[in-house]
Design a protein around this ligand. Sequence first.
Ligand code: MN
Length: 254
Amino acid sequence: MTNLRWGSATDAGMLRATNEDCALAERPIFAVADGMGGRASGEVASSIAVGVLRRLCGPATTDVASVLEAVTAANDAIVSAAVDEHAGMGTTLTGIALVDDRGQEQWLAFNVGDSRVYRLYSGRLEQLTKDHTEAEELVAAGALTPDQRRGHPSSRRLTRVLGIGPAPAVDSVLFYPTPGERLLLCSDGVHGELDDQAIRFCLEEPGPAAEVAQRVVRAALAAAGRDNLTAVVVDVVDANVDDDTGSRGGEPGR
Ligand code: MN
């Protein structure tokens, strides 16, 4: 069985009075939701999404269909709640789940919006999700170079989000967990402040997952911290090293 260690950190940032990000870090599912909407509605949307995903927590693994159904259910739950003062609220939802796929444990990375999943392995950082933003579409169309995308106004305009209408398509990818890999889930408040090199620098330092998550958030705060910041770090540890011990909320011995 795949052994995991995990931890998370979040901060409202330097400019925002409230934190509309919401994180889930509990085997077998890890996620970040970045809510939007006036008058605290963003917080409502992101916590609804995380609440729906949390129903999958408990067993050591889940399955692909359950995760994708949960994302759709999260969309519908937000749509139902988006009335009166909460009209127009929505959220991104991005994460990884340990799934049993035909008898084999795999990671399922999933994404709607512009929160991200990164993977550090052997000193190499990889971004596993693609943002659903107008900037990405402009890059795909050749109207913007990848370098121009960073900080461009169109990078803040989302093309897919949960809670606004019918459930959008969910991007997903399966890959095998590898001992020694470190996964980072983060909201745009983090990757908007930290480029790949800065993120790699934070993740390469050894230390418990919770400490690494705090390091990522502190680095983004130090860079400016203009938005809400959330980081979830998951380490795949060697099968014979230890049992799962999440730094926050993990149940030892599972
Ligand atoms: Mn954000």
